[in-house]
Design a protein around this ligand. Structure first.
Ligand code: CAP
Ligand code: MG
Length: 432
């Protein structure tokens, strides 16, 4: 066998995937001097059973475990992976295969994991979301409008008491949720336990005064056993959610926490901090859609997907395809949308969260693009209101109300003072 021939063993353009195969769609760019066939062979080889040379001895079963590159168009290749490569319920192992060594090979200049089609046989190992969109609406007693939340700003700096006082103002302005920021967990001046305990009292007061359900997304992100302790405290104090920075904690910790949150009856709010390390470069890395898919499979109940118009990157196509992927039951793939077929079977839909640089003037656009079955987080655009947090939250609720009644926000602002002041402060449509 000539050197490199072993890679060609992993290519079969006539192969049609089995129902139980995992199929991945990659965009790839070979290094100079490497043929397309060799590149796609290397990808299938390194991510399944192969190595850089032929071996003197091979188990007979290996042939059945090889991944096969079977469809190449321009810079895109589809690779099929036999189900027996994968351990049940093990997302880290799965990622070590399909998103592992292949991203560092010299022979491939750029590589992007665009989509994964997960067969029912593998999907059935996972819980998916415990609550999903309907469950969250029930928890919060919100029927039709978007769920509303605000991150307390500045991100870090308030004491636990100050933090909760701002939270109380946010709830009193009509919001359902207050949220910790991604980099706030427990600091010496704002300890997790203190924050959660004080907020419990404030929540009871706000619920009594408004007659509405008020809740919070406390960031439990930490070493896994500490996250478990924090989840327990949330449960004991009657909270509904735990927030986790799902990318920075890693899929192993998240899988553990999915079980813990199940035991405590907590919904998981997934903040995606660090996702852009993987998905920002369109030629390399892992798409946000794939990350969101993995999170739906493990079972988060809500996840940030972007806004299109706010301060964070993410095109309309990107954001809407993530939304579709986490909310629909069946996805039909085609070469135009760079998506593969996906049947989500029994796995519930995840609530899409639009966040980042939003203010009342941008809400109509967010709802126009994503609909009303979403969560909207407005933070700077609430606490930056000229009359303070409560007015900022009221202005957002007025903007949502106007949008749902098909009234232009500028028109609505004529008779709604909080909205009027917000539009005066943030007249420009985009915050990015
Ligand atoms: C938003 C936010 C969120 C981002 C994350 C922030 O604050 O709290 O973490 O939305 O981005 O820290 O920027 P503002 P994404 O509402 O004040 O912008 O949702 O894209 O993951
Ligand atoms: Mg944040």
């Amino acid at each position: 066998m000539k050197s490199k021939d072993q890679y060609l063993d992993f290519v079969d353009y006539g192969y049609s995937p089995k129902k139980s195969d995992v199929v991945c769609l990659f965009r790839f760019e070979p290094e100079k001097g490497i043929t397309i066939r060799e590149s796609v062979g290397r990808l299938a080889s390194e991510s399944s059973t192969g190595t850089w040379t032929s071996l003197s001895k091979m188990p007979t079963r290996v042939k059945k475990l090889q991944a096969i590159s079977f469809d190449v168009k321009d810079n895109f290749v589809k690779i099929a992976y036999p189900i027996d490569l994968w351990e049940k319920e093990n997302i880290p192992q799965f990622l070590s295969g399909v998103a592992g060594n292949i991203f560092g090979m010299k022979a491939i200049k750029n590589l992007r994991l665009v989509d994964i089609s997960i067969p029912s046989e593998f999907l059935s190992n996972f819980r998916g979301p415990e609550f999903g969109i309907c469950g969250i609406r029930k928890l919060l007693r919100v029927k039709k409008r978007p769920i509303t939340g605000a991150v307390i700003k500045p991100k870090i700096g308030w004491s636990a008491l100050e933090h909760c006082q701002i939270g109380y103002e946010t709830w009193m302005g009509g919001f359902d949720l207050i949220k910790d920021d991604e980099n706030l967990t427990s600091t010496k001046f704002n300890k997790f336990e203190d924050r959660v305990k004080i907020a419990s009292k404030m929540r009871d007061k706000a619920e009594k005064e408004t007659g509405e359900r008020k809740s919070a997304l406390f960031n439990i992100t930490a070493e896994t056993r500490l996250m478990e302790k924090r989840a327990k405290l949330l449960y004991e104090l009657g909270w509904e959610f735990a927030m986790i920075d799902v990318i920075t904690v890693g899929t192993s910790a998240l899988q553990t926490m999915r079980e813990t949150c199940h035991d405590f009856g907590l919904a998981i709010h997934a903040h995606r901090a660090m996702h852009a390390v993987f998905d920002r470069n369109p030629k390399h890395g892992i798409s946000m859609m794939v990350l969101a898919k993995i999170m739906r499979m493990i079972g988060v109940d809500q996840i940030h997907i972007g806004t299109v118009v706010g301060k964070m990157s993410g095109s309309k196509t990107d954001v809407t395809s993530i939304k579709n992927q986490i909310t629909e039951r069946k996805i039909k793939g085609n070469s135009q949308n760079f998506m593969l077929d996906q049947n989500w079977d029994f796995i519930k839909p995840v609530l899409p969260i639009a966040s980042g640089g939003l203010h009342p003037g941008l809400i109509p656009s967010v709802i126009g693009t994503l609909g009303t079955d979403i969560g909207i987080l407005v933070s700077g655009g609430v606490h930056g209101h000229p009359n303070g947090t409560r007015s900022g939250a009221i202005a957002c609720m007025q903007s949502i109300e106007a949008t749902m009644q098909h009234i232009p926000v500028k028109e609505h602002a004529k008779s709604h003072g909080e909205l009027h002041l917000a539009l005066e402060k943030w007249p420009n449509v985009k915050s990015g």
